[in-house]
Design a protein around this ligand. Structure first.
Ligand code: AMP
Length: 588
């Protein structure tokens, strides 16, 4: 398949921000793609070569890409750098340079999707001292045969700058329309995606076997399952209204969620956002097998830092010390943990996802031999509010954030935030109640002591329906000097030339970012706002919702993707549940 077809589609998509149009272009492209090429096209559209959880990244440094372009066109590096400076975008600069070259030479051959994909995959897998030279050669050979339009997107993909703002859900919609004839079949595709987290694989199955083939999709080891999420409640009574009289209450520990895949002697660990985090926890890899009586199993746990002398749980921040590349053995000693298992998704190779909670819990208890390191999450089955209150008190005294309340008959709903799991936190008892996890989309330069760094950040919630990021506040308090430096560093490689098309706001930030970094915020109140766009027009025409007195809690939610941020619906629900707001019959 000619790569020009993909480049043309990317070109159309770049010129629109309307989701329907984006979807239409994708559908047209999928329809003309042969089934065996579908996975490659699906990854390339997102600027990837493999699903995220494999951690295979193309990542060619811009310097190398500039040299490659110079090699394939004969135009000096300095000229290319000048062009790049003028264009402000490496893809655009590559297209202009190739345009100039085209006036003097003939193209040799059409480049295919397969060639582009295979070359990018080779680049991504290169390691070692000579890898930079090899990358340069591979890139220059591709650019040598590329048209300006093709070169533009090859350049953007290799430098990780393809920012079309198409989320997984838009691709799922397009696949449903292209291969099953209707968007209404998206839930079947979404289910498959939630179980395997690999869009390329889902695309391949539906393109070759249609919807029937999707029903055979099974959870399997080394393919992470998208985690089930919880809604928040403020009281045991509210939980009872949602789940019935009897339910399970588990400790909600404040650590890192870890999905543990055991395949005989091989152990792989995934974070909540499905990043491979095996290297950070050599202690789990070493010890988990001994505590589990199945050699093909997927478990879910919260890894928590502990004080070894007292057995007390320590806050989440302690665990972040483990996020290093070197000297892991030392940090394992310095920051000991326990692994607290709370669910099982597969046992002896068989899926447990459709089993009710109480059955999964029984299997978990039967399969795990607890020791000092591996534990099963403390749990009670409760029928009264007093039980819940007592258990909450115990949980908080042991250093937990609160409780997770779980419906006894509910299956594991991969990738869903549903009312079968509810979180009851201690903070829910004050003012606004819960904290919010918001996406950093922009920043304003600081003054005085904050000169040269950001003085305030612009934050958004996530709108699942329109796959967009409406802003909800600007936050400038709660930062320490250390955290300001940290933000400046983390955000420096998220800077974009323009506002991402998915961000909506009436504010003009000094700097815009890719919506990627998620941080935790508390606030005193949610009010109507003419500036911020969350839930725009839903409560009052012309108004959105904004946080009053927002404050950064000091917690960067590294484990959350922007799609896991607090949703627009959740903000609206919080707005309605503030005491002084008269409840309307509006449904969210
Ligand atoms: P939140 O991040 O506030 O939405 O709460 C959900 C997170 O709580 C999960 O992603 C887990 O990391 C964590 N957690 C702690 N204890 C449990 C538990 N018993 N069951 C499920 N999740 C838990």
């Amino acid at each position: 398949m000619k790569f020009s077809l993909v480049a043309d589609t990317l070109g159309y998509m770049e010129s629109t921000t309307k989701r329907l149009e984006l979807t239409r272009h994708l559908v047209e492209l999928f329809k003309i793609t042969p089934p065996e090429t579908i996975p490659k096209v699906t990854y390339l559209l997102q600027g990837k070569v493999r699903p995220d959880y494999e951690g295979v990244e193309v990542g060619v440094a811009e310097k190398i890409a500039v040299r490659a372009l110079s090699k394939s066109t004969g135009i000096p590096v300095s000229k290319i750098e000048h062009e790049y400076k003028n264009a402000g975008d490496f893809g655009q600069a590559t297209a202009s340079i190739l345009e100039k070259k085209m006036q003097t030479t003939f193209l040799k051959e059409d480049i295919t999707v397969e060639r582009v994909y295979d070359t990018l995959l080779k680049i991504a897998e290169l390691k070692g001292s000579r890898s930079q030279d090899m990358k340069m050669k591979y890139v220059s050979s591709l650019l040598n045969d590329a048209t300006p339009a093709e070169g533009r997107y090859i350049a953007k993909i290799i430098t990780a700058n393809l920012r079309l703002g198409i989320a997984d859900y838009t691709i799922l919609d397009a696949l449903a329309i292209a291969f099953t004839g209707s968007k209404d079949n998206r839930p079947a595709l979404e289910h498959a995606y939630n179980v395997c987290s690999d869009l390329g694989k889902v695309a391949h199955v539906v393109a070759s076997g249609g919807i029937a083939e999707l029903s055979h999709f099974q959870v399997s080891v080394r393919s992470p399952v998208r985690p089930m999420l919880a809604e928040r409640v403020k009281s045991p009574q509210e939980a009872r209204e949602k789940m019935g009289v009897e339910f399970a209450a588990e400790y909600k520990l404040d650590g890192e969620r870890v999905q543990i895949h055991i395949d005989k002697d091989h152990v792989v660990l995934y974070s909540r956002s499905l990043e491979n985090i095996t290297n950070y926890y050599p202690d789990i890899v070493e010890k988990i097998g001994k505590a589990v009586k199945s050699d093909r199993i997927i478990l879910e746990a919260e890894a928590v830092a502990i004080n070894e002398d007292t057995g007390e749980f320590l806050p989440f921040q302690e665990l972040m010390h483990r996020r290093r590349k070197y000297n892991i053995a030392k940090t394992v000693q310095e920051y000991p943990i326990t692994v607290n298992l709370f669910d099982v998704m597969l046992v002896d190779g068989k899926s447990c996802l459709d089993l009710p909670y109480k059955e999964r819990r029984r299997i978990l208890e039967e399969t795990v031999r607890e020791d000092g390191f591996v534990k099963v999450m403390p749990m009670i089955i409760t029928k009264t509010d007093e039980d819940v209150e007592d258990f909450l008190e115990n949980a908080i005294n042991s250093g937990c954030e609160g409780l997770m309340l779980k419906q006894l008959d509910s299956p594991y709903r991969a990738g869903a935030r549903a009312s079968n799991w509810l979180k009851l936190k201690r903070e829910y008892r004050n003012e606004l109640g819960d904290s919010l996890d918001l996406v950093v989309v922009g920043a304003f330069y600081g003054r005085g002591r904050r000169t040269g760094r950001y003085g305030a950040l612009l934050l958004s919630a996530y709108d699942e329906d329109s796959d967009s990021y409406p802003t909800v506040c600007k936050v400038g308090t709660g930062f320490t000097d250390e955290s300001l430096d940290q933000f400046y560093q983390i955000l420096s490689d998220k800077i974009t030339v323009k506002k991402d098309p998915r961000v909506s706001t009436a504010l003009e930030a000094d700097v815009w970012f890719d919506p990627e970094v998620v941080i935790e915020i508390v606030a005193s109140e949610i009010t109507l706002s003419p500036i911020h766009k969350v839930a725009l027009d839903t409560i009052r025409k012309g108004s959105g919702l904004a946080l009053r007195f927002p404050k950064f809690t000091g917690r960067i939610r590294f484990e959350k993707t922007p799609e896991n941020a607090t949703s627009v619906k959740e903000v609206a629900t919080m707005y309605y549940s503030q005491k002084k707001v008269v409840q309307t019959d509006k449904q969210f």
